[in-house]
Design a protein around this ligand. Structure first.
Ligand SMILES: Cc1ncc(COP(=O)(O)O)c(C=O)c1O
Length: 339
């Protein structure tokens, strides 16, 4: 007999099948095929990447060697970009040994990351450029020289990438467009020195503001979270934590989600019609929103919790349960976890 939503052991991650389909179709229309390189770090799940592939995207972004290896094992290695710096010789060598089955491009932003990639036998790199986020990326005016050194070592330089993560949550659209344009100016200046066919940038918060890059790297749009929902993007909340109410008083109720089942760096999760007081390891304390007329949830009832940050939430779990109403249609392993 098919599993019912109410039979799932909690806490469990559930994905609304129709919201997921809406999100994938909406992005595929805005950024079709190779114009979007979906970032698998946001879901870490090869069946979900497979759906993105059915929506026309055959190139993917990864954040870890494990994600690269898992995508190749699932026959989705046509064009993988590891958009992150890696110095671990063992993992770099494993990826190099897979280059006959897959096209792997790895980000470099220093001589140390160039040396590590070259010594491991990786053959294709992209120059990661700092476009304003204080994280990885070489200064734009130094990018060309690094590309020259990579080519001198026999490597193919695919182009440039620059992730403007500091701009994702800017709320004023005109201000955001102006700032994204400044970031792209930096990236294109670097690209003029670096060469190569790829200019890769962007994320869910900026995907529709990019018209001068060859591709965007969007991740969160597929499952979504309450942070991105606050921007009014055309994507629906597909991911929830399904929980059971384990305690209830005349003032509050407590469900069995918490810090160990939710990424909390973007703040408290949300429960429709309820106010979340706080989260502890395995508890969320909540009560009806003022004047909502909602009752305090009784013990044994179930509550859907919307995470504030999708990526770390998914990384805590082993499975995504795909649901439509009461029916659990499928259960997918979150098989790209780990490093
Ligand atoms: C390198 C890189 N590209 C793209 C993204 C975009 O992700 P999202 O679409 O979830 O904002 C991220 C997210 O952190 C990232 O680190």
């Amino acid at each position: 007999m098919a599993t019912r939503l109410h039979d799932l052991p909690t806490p469990a991650l559930i994905v609304d099948a129709d919201a997921l389909e809406h999100n994938l179709a909406t992005m595929a229309e805005a950024k079709p095929g190779a114009a979007n390189r979906p970032h698998v770090k946001a879901h870490k799940c090869t069946p979900l990447a497979g759906l993105q592939s059915l929506h026309g995207h055959r190139s993917f972004t990864c954040a870890t060697p494990r994600e690269v290896m898992g995508m190749i094992a699932s026959s989705m290695g046509d064009d993988l970009l590891l958009a992150n710096e890696v110095l671990d010789a063992r993992r770099l060598m494993i990826m190099a040994s897979l280059q006959d089955q897959a096209q792997i491009t790895i980000a470099i932003d220093s001589d140390a990351t160039l040396d590590a990639a070259a010594e491991a036998g990786l053959t294709r790199v992209i120059i990661d450029v700092n476009v304003g986020l204080p994280r990885c990326g070489i200064a734009p005016d130094k990018a060309g020289a690094l590309a020259d050194r990579a080519r001198a070592r026999g490597l193919t330089v695919a182009g440039v990438m620059g992730y403007e993560g500091h701009l994702m949550m800017v709320t004023d659209r005109a201000e955001k467009k102006a700032k994204v344009d400044e970031a792209v100016d930096l990236l294109l200046a670097a690209h003029a020195d670096v060469g190569g066919e790829v200019v890769s940038s962007g994320g869910t918060g900026t995907y529709d503001l990019h018209d001068r890059v060859t591709e965007v790297q969007t991740g969160s749009y597929a499952l979504m979270d309450t942070s991105y929902a606050s921007l009014g993007l055309p994507f629906r909340q597909a991911l929830h934590l399904w929980t059971t109410v384990i305690a209830s008083t005349d003032q509050w109720a407590v469900c069995d989600g918490g810090l160990k089942s939710l990424g909390m760096d973007h703040g408290n999760p949300a429960i429709e019609g309820q106010f979340v007081w706080f989260c502890s390891d395995e508890h969320i304390t909540f009560s009806p929103e003022r004047d909502s007329g909602n009752a305090i949830a009784p013990v044994g009832s179930h509550v859907k919790v919307a995470p504030a940050h999708v990526d770390p939430t998914v990384a805590y779990h082993e499975y995504l349960h795909i649901v439509r109403g009461e029916e659990v249609l499928d259960t997918w392993a979150i098989d790209l976890r780990g490093w």
